[in-house]
Design a protein around this ligand. Structure first.
Ligand code: ASP
Ligand code: MG
Length: 451
């Protein structure tokens, strides 16, 4: 049994080419990772989706080009690591599987979600094979086990967004893993299978989630997420020059952050890690020595505002009904509609006769949702909104916070705000065109001036 179990995940940019793979392998080795999960090589999942669409449209000529490019890209990387026939045959078999599936989709001119997951799984299955070769070449003494993640990550059959079966995963992990300091398991993020054996995926960007599931299943000491930025920043550096790296953040704060458009972490990633109190490290495989960000249950420093997250393309949806006057169950009905359509609502405010919620603008196209809401009142939309979330500590009990916040915003109009549900966040909805300036002013006031 290794002393410490470290689960490390490397994203697509850390798998971009042979140099990125070597860099990532060195980090995994330095960190004594016990399990490494990888994403598909950079851009490959998008290419696989393009291949599916092209095949569905019946354009086999373009499919062949896409297949050719994918073949070239992966064989080019392989050639840097080995000339052995065994891995070459394995890569050939995966590409053959891809071609056969594409051909099937082309012939049928349709792609079921089950078939889609099978196609998408090939991205991670190819990259993990290549990464294991990079690792073996650099560290020949290590016992490298290339593990099929589907032997552990058992899910339901909700293809393209499958839900993990936590208890089964824990049981499988016990059967599969035999840790030792000389051994490293290399496997795929993003993919799983149903109990009946059909390949599933956890949704786009799901490899962080996979990593957290593995960490939870083996009771890891640390979960590491290696990406192309050196941790989480206090806000988007493209908006705000003063953005600084965050060295530590609590689970509570990070969870609020993930929901409001901080792209670094998948929103649900932390849940399995949090349940087991596993510290999560986020770092850059391009700057392996940079400090990165630690996400933990308990943190030393608890600033009032640690970070500002922004989410663009929001709409404010209002349901107005005179019936709400004293009506019991109105809110329940409305939220049932959202839940039936599996739509997550970010912010909510109510008045006597109306409820307003902020949602992704794309939901305006959701005709069935609107129709169901209309059963309870008049529905209207305001678009061109952006949500700003201030994330920190003691937000509910700090005197003068609202005064300072509105002073900093100056003349900028706040269309809606949500405060009160959590001591860790304060949300504002502002016009998209004011959003960047608002973030800059708030960042200066609450983060830069508080150092
Ligand atoms: N390769 C998958 C995607 O691009 C999963 C991941 O990278 O997290 O969505
Ligand atoms: Mg990714």
């Amino acid at each position: 049994m290794a002393n410490q179990i470290i689960v490390s995940k490397f994203g697509g940019s850390s798998m971009a080419d042979e140099a990125a793979m070597d860099r990532s392998a060195k980090i995994a080795h330095r960190q004594n990772s016990s399990i490494v999960l990888v994403s598909a090589t950079y851009g490959t999942t998008d290419k696989l989706l393009e291949l599916i669409n092209t095949a569905q449209e019946g354009n086999w000529g373009t499919c062949e080009k896409l297949l050719f490019n994918l073949r070239e890209k992966h064989f080019d990387i392989l050639a840097n690591f080995t000339k052995d026939s065994d891995p070459t045959d394995k890569l050939k078999a995966l590409l053959k599987e891809l071609e056969t599936l594409s051909r099937g989709i082309f012939l049928l001119k349709e792609c079921s979600d089950k078939a889609r997951d099978q196609v998408l799984s090939l991205g991670e299955r190819m990259s993990s094979l290549l990464f294991s070769l990079s690792y073996k070449k650099l560290f020949p003494k290590k016992d490298v086990v290339l593990l099929d993640a589907r032997d552990v990550i058992i899910t339901d059959d909700k293809h393209t967004k499958a839900r993990p079966q936590i208890d089964v995963i824990a049981r499988k992990a016990k059967e599969v893993f035999d840790f030792s300091p000389e051994r490293i398991y290399i496997s795929q993020g993003f993919i799983g299978k149903t109990e009946a054996g059909h390949t599933t995926t956890l949704g786009r960007g799901g490899s962080d989630y996979s990593a957290a599931l593995f960490a939870q299943a083996v009771n890891a000491n640390v979960l590491e997420i290696w990406t192309d930025v050196a941790g989480i920043a206090s806000t988007d550096p493209r908006i705000c020059k003063g953005a600084t790296p965050i060295h530590e953040i609590s689970y509570d704060e990070a969870s609020e952050m993930a929901q409001y458009g901080a792209k670094i972490l998948h929103p649900t990633t932390l849940v399995p890690a949090m349940q087991k109190n596993i510290p999560v490290f986020v770092g850059s495989s391009y700057e392996g020595d940079a400090k990165g960000t630690w996400i933990r249950q308990e943190v030393q420093d608890k600033p009032l505002i640690r970070a500002l997250a922004k989410r663009s393309d929001q709409a404010l949806l209002t349901i107005r009904t005179p019936k709400m006057l004293n009506a019991i169950g109105f809110m329940g009905n409305i939220f049932n509609v959202f839940s039936n359509h599996q739509i997550s609502v970010d912010c909510v405010t109510t008045s006597e006769i109306s409820v307003s919620v902020s949602i992704d603008r794309s939901m305006m196209e959701h005709k069935a949702l609107i129709k169901d809401l209309e059963a309870f009142g008049e529905v209207s939309f305001e678009t061109g909104q952006a949500l700003i979330s201030l994330i920190g500590n003691k937000i509910l009990s700090t005197h003068g916070l609202a005064r300072d916040l509105f002073n900093a915003l100056g003349e900028i109009n706040v269309r809606m705000m949500c405060l009160g549900a959590s001591a860790h966040n304060f949300n504002l909805l502002v016009a998209e065109e004011d959003c960047n300036v608002a973030v800059q002013r708030l960042h200066e006031k609450f983060i830069e001036n508080c150092k």
